[in-house]
Write a protein that binds this ligand. Sequence first.
Ligand SMILES: Nc1ncnc2c1ncn2[C@@H]1O[C@H](COP(=O)(O)OP(=O)(O)OP(=O)(O)O)[C@@H](O)[C@H]1O
Ligand SMILES: [Mg+2]
Length: 469
Amino acid sequence: MKQIEDKNLTPRQIVEALDKYIVGQKEAKRSVAISLRNRWRRLNSDEEIREEIIPNNILMIGPTGVGKTEIARRLAKLAHAPFIKVEASKFTEVGYVGRDVESMIRDLVDISVNMVKQEMQERVKEKAVKIVEERILDTLIPPVRKKQTTSSGFQAEDEFDPGNASDAELNERTRERFREKLKNGELDDRKIEIEVSAKKKPMMQVFGPQGVEEMGINLQDMLGNLTRGGKKVKRTLPIKEARELLLEEESEKLIDHEAAIQEALDRVQNQGIVFIDEIDKVADSGSGSGMKSGADVSRQGVQRDLLPIVEGSTVSTRNGLVKTDHILFIGSGAFHFSKPSDLIPELQGRFPIRVELDSLTEDDFIDILTKPKNALTKQYQAMLASEGVNIEFTEDAIREIAKIAAQVNDQVENIGARRLHTILSSLLEELLYAVPDDISSGEITIDKEYVDKQLQDLATDKDLSHYIL
Ligand SMILES: Nc1ncnc2c1ncn2[C@@H]1O[C@H](COP(=O)(O)OP(=O)(O)OP(=O)(O)O)[C@@H](O)[C@H]1O
Ligand SMILES: [Mg+2]
């Protein structure tokens, strides 16, 4: 809730923000902007009506590589909303081998929990840094104990003991000196032994049988719980690495996990965005004899399973129950071989907003190559700059690349802006290999001539471009 409040972009501002990354596709940007703003409107409307307002789910229709996923992804970033992208064709009807549709909500909750915890950890970071500093200092210079017991068993603390006092003082002074060194990074490579929790997020993912998944139990978590409690291991590490580990452990301790989960669930329910890609693949094309094949039946099954989730139902997850009523669903697909009307009617009704994305033209490619914040040419420039080599693309080089991209899309297969990725990597392959061994610094200008030299053979030979571009 508070996230949406400080990020309450107006539809126009949302479109402007999307413009920084995505070329063209005005209609689609407008639609998603309206949908996003509508959620803010809902959250800020009278409580009585709030529960009644349903989200404006969107169906994005358009050929491959024109920005469908990109728009949704950027939108989620803007909204600071939990976001998940799933492929409809990966799901199977309940009872079949494969993932059941509810797993998307469970995954979304996990994403949200991580997101909230990270934010919370960020907030306690300063505090955690201090604690970690003390912990490292403790291993470097163990503190002198304040209460000293004399050999006869008498408490010596109240007695004046010049020797002890200066010990403590000395210790304190050494600590302060080391604190400085620690802060300067002078000790980063020094090895220390620390005790950390045995459980470090395992990279492996445990897939349980479907029944287990349905119950919202995660094997990994169960295993985690078994090992987490108290079990500590000693590790010897350079301070630099130890600091990272301890920081994670300490900031974990400082956050309120219950509150994090509540907030995460709240965010999923009110701001979550689920992007269902390839939704056209679960639509029946309906053509043919009218007899339904097994595959058609199963696709319909997936649609039927999707329906309650999109319509609003309660999904049980290991972090609690999640109501899906106000999650924003964005369906997307090329719909080359089927039409939105081939989806079962109830599902069609749940995606009331339809937007078509345009095929990209040569002119669009010119913009895509240069204008977005993350434009490909900028990415390569940044990568090579890290090696001290500056590359510049002339205008006619960009135009030539765009032309070749359009041409190959035309002749081989239209894969939209993705073509630019393959073309640019072919174009720069030689250069990327030569740096830094043969070229270690300097300015390199990529002009039309260079582009033609590198690409013309490929682009004009249909067989070659099939494989390479
Ligand atoms: N209109 C655009 N503006 C800028 N970049 C774009 C645009 N369209 C596509 N791209 C770039 O092309 C790549 C593929 O785009 P995206 O993933 O959005 O395709 P898509 O429309 O979802 O295709 P598919 O139907 O195959 O999933 C991305 O890296 C994206 O940056
Ligand atoms: Mg996509």
